[in-house]
Design a protein around this ligand. Structure first.
Ligand code: COA
Length: 190
């Protein structure tokens, strides 16, 4: 039995949400959530063919398989009544002097947003990162994604820099945030 998986299952009394580590069997459902949520979030800012090509490549189950139950990866899914409704993936990033990680994906199905799922994933992830000795967590978010930016700022992420990144035939402008990870993993949020 996977010790890491067992140790980190957390159930919340609210909305019967269960957070646990993703398994290989979850990958098709994760790809489905990504597709729906990407299309709802980025339809005005990312061209349809760029969205499609990115999703096909990044969420192909065989391309995500190495992130499951692997050292340096914390890949969570949230279940509501046995259905997956969101996921978040933290990844250790090498740095010479500082223990760093990055939140590389965080997606909650549109019909289940603003119910605390994103917060649950962040809090669980921060606590795990703190336990692993990580000192800073990075996240990059599209500059125009004001809802997500507000969400991260509320959760202690501090603006670091702006950078452009190719996404197929276009360049998207991303804002990178950094959040210190305290020993307990939790920084008070309003
Ligand atoms: C951004 C995202 C991950 C946040 O997840 P979420 O589950 O909606 O977040 P939460 O419900 O925890 O918090 C969202 C808001 O609801 C509020 N909220 C939290 N729990 C709540 C509850 N029980 N009832 C009502 N509101 C609640 C919070 O105040 C929060 O407000 P804020 O966004 O202004 O900080 C999610 O909305 C999402 O997937 N968006 C589209 C994709 C995306 O942009 N992903 C990030 C890419 S970098």
């Amino acid at each position: 039995m996977n010790q890491k998986l067992e140790a980190n299952v957390v159930a919340t009394p609210h909305h019967n949400l269960i957070i646990r580590f993703a398994t290989q069997a979850d990958l098709p459902q994760i790809a489905h959530i990504a597709q729906i949520t990407w299309n709802a979030t980025y339809s005005d800012t990312i061209a349809a063919e760029n969205r499609r090509d990115f999703l096909e490549r990044a969420y192909k189950p065989e391309n995500l398989a190495s992130a499951i139950d692997a050292p340096g990866h914390w890949f969570y899914v949230v279940e509501l009544e046995r259905e997956l409704i969101g996921f978040g993936h933290f990844l250790r990033r090498y740095h010479r002097t500082q223990a760093r990680a990055e939140l590389v994906r965080l997606y909650v199905l549109p019909g289940h947003q603003s119910l605390g799922v994103g917060t649950l994933i962040l809090r669980t992830g921060f606590a795990a990162l703190a336990q692993a000795g990580v000192e800073q967590c990075f996240v990059s978010v599209q500059e125009t994604n004001t809802q997500a930016r507000k969400f991260y700022e509320r959760h202690g992420f501090i603006y670091h820099r702006k950078h452009g990144q190719f996404l197929g035939t276009q360049i998207v402008v991303l804002v990178q945030y950094i959040r210190p990870i305290s020993e307990s993993g939790i920084i008070a949020t309003p």
